[in-house]
Design a protein around this ligand. Structure first.
Ligand code: AGP
Length: 608
């Protein structure tokens, strides 16, 4: 996520902005910038790279004198990490400066309208649209202009805004992206997150959706989206800086698990327009999609597990044959690729060595490559012929959760789009599936709220030595990810097994008390999985089942049942993985493991 800081008061703003942005560095970013009113006009400085570059470039802020300013660290979503795409963004006359965190979903439509009115854009960002739209509506009253753009802009935004004609105030505006304001003896502050203001105040206001704050040196006043003033209660922050960086959660992993509803929503909703799937950055025409006769999905670790899932979705909906490979295998097995093959590389970091090597090999074979990537401007994003972003924001914990969930829904969208273009599904089927997709964030939220129940169960596994995960089809893919999550953060050995394979050897390992987690969300093969559960239980296994609400048979079969809400069977991984993430998390916490930085692991494996 991007970081926003704003200050108005008696002190020089730039050093305070730099200090605040430094406290937000943990959020991940690729460029930074500041805009400060110097008594006559708004001066701006911005640069790609670390905050240090901006600090040195401005001599720790000395080249930006003034007591009113806004600052920003950018995590690129729309537009690569470049100086021109860095925030803040100006209107053309440089009398309005804006910093933004979030995604403007209708920015292309608004940008076209503004260009038709003669506005010139200097960046690829969605944010710059806000600066010019404010200019368009500004007739001398900033609050009026702000309320007007709020009725036009769709999507998520936290905004910091300064107007050269009103240098005695700063505005903060929020819809869906977090934003706080606070007062101290030195003046008033805006920030995306608590760590940036703790040095100055622990007394903050959390701006709610569609609220506006106007900050002056002496006071902060609040308005609603209609420009009417409202009263707000301040909150006292008790966290220390480390807790604040995790949003009050004990670990980044738990924080990021809880961000999954937002990241799934951010990855889905900007791509559903008037009931159609529109993936603007994909750049694949219908004819190109129709010509694909084979898909290879190539990735590592959890990303591979999402590909193993989407194989069923692509084949089931679009009827395109799909092979799924571990990148470290694919690059050495001399695969058969032809001109109508599409190779999809999935990677959160976009820098995984094996995945990047697989991409390069596929390109050398002359096939079309598509990167499904979370980091804009990463190697895989830049080198793939096509790209589709998972807008999960920076993921700090080594064990992926929110990026995994975003990778899943990105592939669902792609599979539905391909199926529709190839005439395999009709508009009604698309509509039904999009309806189910839009429900996923709330369903994930609901599953996350059951964390205490999962924690209680997890405590029984802290001393476990070997855990089996069983499933068939997509449930097997879910089992793979559940098993990896448990292994990588709790160091307990586990194995994901295709449930139908048990009798071919593994069942010999099942003995009294062996923990088994059975995933059974696929109705068509439910009875088969239930019989596998009976098999292992009759040999003494202790079974937790993850199944869909209404599967009463499982109550009589497993020792412990976790239910997920009804959804399209193709999407069940997005829900079933939530209790498994929580389960692994609480086992690891119970064992006192370093959940965010497990031993021997790196967030991005950039070496072979
Ligand atoms: C997942 O929890 C692991 N951290 C790991 O398996 C990861 O998914 C894998 O290394 C791939 O990383 P990437 O998505 O950045 O390419």
């Amino acid at each position: 996520m991007c970081g926003i800081v704003g200050y108005i008061g008696k002190k020089q703003a730039a050093p305070i902005l730099l200090d605040g942005l430094a406290k937000l560095e943990y959020r991940g970013y690729d460029s930074a910038g500041m805009a400060v009113y110097n008594g006559e006009k708004i001066q701006m400085a911005k640069a790609t790279g670390r905050l240090k570059v901006l600090s040195e470039m401005t001599y720790e802020g000395e080249t930006l004198p003034g007591t009113v300013g806004i600052g920003h660290t950018r995590w690129a979503t729309h537009g690569a990490p470049t100086d021109s795409n860095a925030h803040p963004h100006f209107n053309e006359t440089e009398t309005i400066a804006v910093v933004h965190n979030g995604i403007i979903e209708n920015y292309m439509k608004l940008k076209k309208k503004l260009e038709d009115k003669g506005y010139q854009f200097s960046s690829e960002t969605d944010t710059e649209v806000v600066a010019h739209l404010l200019d368009y509506y500004y007739k001398g009253d900033p609050l009026e202009a702000i309320t007007k753009i709020m009725h036009r802009v769709e999507g998520s935004y936290a905004l910091g805004i300064i107007f050269a004609e009103h240098p005695d105030v700063i505005y903060a505006v929020r819809k869906d992206s977090p934003l706080i304001v606070g007062r101290s003896g030195e003046g008033s502050l805006i920030a995306s997150d608590v760590p940036a203001v703790l040095k100055y105040t622990r007394n903050v206001y959390f701006i709610e959706n569609e609220e506006i704050a106007r900050l002056s040196t002496e006071a902060i006043v609040f308005f609603n989206v209609d420009g009417e003033s409202i009263e707000k209660e301040s909150k006292q922050i008790e966290w220390d800086i480390h807790a604040a960086e995790k949003g009050g959660y004990e670990h980044f992993m738990l924080k990021e698990m809880n961000e999954q509803p937002a990241t799934v929503r951010d990855t889905i909703s900007p791509r559903i327009k008037d009931g159609e799937i529109v993936i603007e950055e994909l750049g694949m025409g219908d004819e190109e999609i129709r010509q694909i006769d084979k898909i290879h999905i190539v990735a590592c670790g959890s990303a591979y597990h999402t590909g193993f899932t989407s194989k069923y979705v692509f084949e089931g909906l679009a009827r395109i044959p799909v092979e799924v490979d571990l990148a470290s295998e694919f690059r050495y097995r001399n695969p058969i690729l032809n001109k109508n093959t599409l190779v999809i590389i999935i990677s959160q970091s976009g820098e995984t060595a094996d995945s990047l090597a697989a991409l390069r090999m596929a390109k050398e074979c002359g096939v079309t490559t598509l990167g499904i990537v979370n980091v804009v401007g990463s190697s895989i994003a830049r080198e793939a012929d096509k790209v589709m972003y998972t807008w999960a924001g920076p993921e700090i914990a080594v064990a992926t959760t929110k990026a995994y969930s975003a990778q899943l829904v990105a592939q669902y969208l792609l599979a539905i789009l391909f199926a529709k273009v190839r005439g395999k599904i009709d508009a009604e089927q698309v509509s039904t599936m999009l309806h189910d997709l839009k429900k996923l964030p709330d369903q994930i939220e609901l599953l996350l709220s059951h964390k205490e129940r999962i924690q209680k169960f997890a405590n029984r596994f802290i001393a476990a030595r070997d855990v089996f995960f069983l499933g068939r089809g997509i449930d097997y893919a879910i089992s793979m990810e559940g098993s990896l999550k448990l292994k990588e953060i709790s160091y307990i050995h586990s194995e994901a097994y295709a449930a139908g394979e048990l009798k071919h050897g593994t069942i010999s390992l099942i003995e009294e008390g062996t923990p088994v987690i059975a995933v059974a969300t696929q109705n068509e093969i439910l009875k088969k999985t239930i019989s596998n559960v009976v098999e292992v239980r009759s040999r003494g296994a202790f079974v937790m089942a993850v199944t869909t609400e209404g599967t009463a048979e499982m109550e009589k079969t497993a020792d412990y049942v976790v239910y997920i809400p009804q959804t399209n069977a193709y999407f069940s991984n997005s829900l079933a993985i939530i209790p498994l993430q929580l389960f692994s998390y609480y086992v690891a916490v119970g064992k006192g493991c370093d959940v965010d930085k497990p031993r021997n692991l790196a967030k991005s494996v950039t070496v072979e």
